[in-house]
Write a protein that binds this ligand. Structure first.
Ligand code: G3P
Length: 226
């Protein structure tokens, strides 16, 4: 399962990149709005930092297919080939996906709440389909089960579209999809950091340090204990 950062704050992105092996960055209009800067200013800074090989996902905001297509062309012109055009999985969005995928663009079908939406997006040529795990949970339906079902629909129908699961609120949601082997998950920085923020791990490591220092002296390590 690929792991992406669901955020547009460059400091958060740099911090996560320093410590974790991640595959790119996803954004949406709400995430960009939190930065308060022009979207292209933010996105160019992110692209420059993550490099051209990493995935960057950027959402269109128009409500007609024709305008979504124009937005998609501009997004890729400005941000490069490995930029995925995120398109909401509504009727106009499906039309835009068909056209843009036929032109060879990378598409992420977003705002997916139901398996049938994901199926339609896959048929329209989307590379990724993004179910909103936690938002589905909040509707009283199990977001993990919906996502697994979408994964199975793709597998059982020979559709090449991958899952890009989004909208997580805890580690367990991410872990369950990792266990199932979905294509990718995009996760907020604080949840990624929470994966290993565990006092049991820290205290185990502290005991090792204390025992070693008892043997070799304070501040000593395997680098300078001889
Ligand atoms: O882009 C979709 C995803 O980021 C939504 O997450 O946390 O707003 O439900 P959230």
């Amino acid at each position: 399962m690929k792991l992406l950062i669901d955020d547009a704050n460059i400091e958060n992105i740099k911090r996560i990149y320093e410590y974790y092996a991640v595959d790119g960055v996803t954004t949406n209009p709400s995430i960009l709005a939190k930065n308060g800067k022009n979207p292209y200013e933010t996105l160019k800074e992110i692209r420059e930092f993550i490099g051209n090989d990493a995935e960057l996902h950027v959402q269109v905001v128009s409500d007609t297919a024709e305008e979504m297509i124009l937005e998609g062309h501009k997004i890729v012109d400005v941000l490069g080939k490995n930029t995925y055009i995120k398109i909401p999985t509504v009727q106009e969005g499906l039309k835009a996906m068909k056209k843009l995928s036929s032109e060879g663009y990378n598409i992420t079908a977003t705002a997916i709440y139901t398996p049938i939406q994901a199926y339609l997006a896959a048929k329209a040529g989307a590379n990724y389909a993004a179910p909103y795990v936690n938002r589905i949970d909040n509707l009283g339906t199990n977001g993990i089960e919906v996502t697994r079902k979408i994964h199975d629909i793709f597998e059982n129908n020979g559709l090449k579209t991958q899952i890009l699961a989004a909208s997580f609120k805890n580690s367990l949601q991410v872990l369950e999809l990792c266990e199932y082997g979905v294509g990718a998950s995009t996760v907020a920085p604080e949840i990624i950091e929470g994966f290993i923020n565990n006092p049991n791990i820290s205290s185990a490591v502290d005991v090792f340090t204390k025992d070693f220092e008892g043997l070799c002296g304070e501040g000593k390590t395997m680098f300078n204990c001889d």
